[in-house]
Design a protein around this ligand. Structure first.
Ligand code: PGA
Length: 255
């Protein structure tokens, strides 16, 4: 139990179609109580944002994007600006997901610039950090996470974290079915909070830190019961209504 309201965000990644999205959103709207004690966010691919924004109107579901341009406007082919995301109803944006870092070459510096852009434009960034399996095996997990956080802190400052979220996503647990144990996750979450607290203890105590990596309805309760785990960033299990609703319920019950 903590005084931080849990948040569950569904990261749909490169999945969905207009028909599938419509079925999924209808089921979520029906299944989520209006008084849910947790925030629920869906992050569909860019092209569906406007349509889903309309579909979640008057529901508890909020909208997020999976990525954002660091630049505001101009000759940046293929990019989508923060102001555009706001324009179509986004409130959140995932920044620095490990797939962006590993597959699209996003560096700590670029991730920090994207967080700064999101904040400046009124979007709530969900900043992802996490170690690879090799880094965990080399016992450098906490160093990696501190470095990833530090890169952003140095650019935006601790005050910015009052308006943002952090997601701890061990790369080895993403899409692999191999979840971090609640104790493994809590150890890193506590270190993330401690790293923030070294700059400002009040802000650190209020920041919501999500866990991501093979969260399912069946393991969510035990993860969300940990002191510094304030919800989840959900990939695969966010594509299926019953599973995602089960995770949202577990989050609400942890509060
Ligand atoms: P997963 O993905 O739940 O499918 O492991 C989580 C994420 O990448 O955000």
């Amino acid at each position: 139990m903590s005084n931080r309201r849990p948040l569950v965000a569904g990261n749909w990644k490169l999945n969905g179609s207009r028909a599938e999205n419509s079925t999924l959103i209808s089921a979520l709207r029906t299944g989520l109580p209006t008084q849910l004690r947790a925030d629920v966010v869906v992050c569909p691919p860019y092209v569906y944002l406007a349509e889903i924004s309309a579909a979640i109107h008057d529901s508890v579901i909020q909208l997020g994007a999976q990525n954002i341009a660091a630049e505001d406007a101009g000759a940046f082919t293929g990019e989508v600006a923060a102001s555009m995301l706001r324009d179509v109803g986004c409130e959140y944006v995932i920044v620095g997901h490990s797939e962006r870092r590993a597959l699209y070459g996003e560096t700590d510096v670029l991730v920090a610039a994207k967080v700064a852009t999101a904040l400046r434009c009124g979007l709530t960034p969900i900043l992802c950090v996490g170690e690879t399996l090799a880094e965990r095996d080399a016992a450098t997990t906490l160093d990696v996470v501190r470095r990833q956080l530090g890169a952003v802190l140095d650019v935006v400052g601790i005050e910015a974290f009052a308006a943002g979220l952090v997601a701890y996503e061990p790369v080895w647990a993403i899409g692999t079915g191999r979840t971090a144990t609640p104790i493994q996750a809590q150890e890193v979450h506590a270190e993330i909070r401690a790293t923030l607290a070294r700059r400002n203890a009040t802000i650190a105590a209020a920041v919501r830190i999500l866990y991501g990596g093979s969260v399912k309805a069946s393991n969510a309760k035990d993860l969300f019961a940990m002191a510094d785990i304030d919800g989840g960033l959900i990939g695969g299990a966010s594509l299926e209504a019953a599973g995602f609703l089960g995770i949202c319920k577990a989050a609400a019950e942890s509060y």
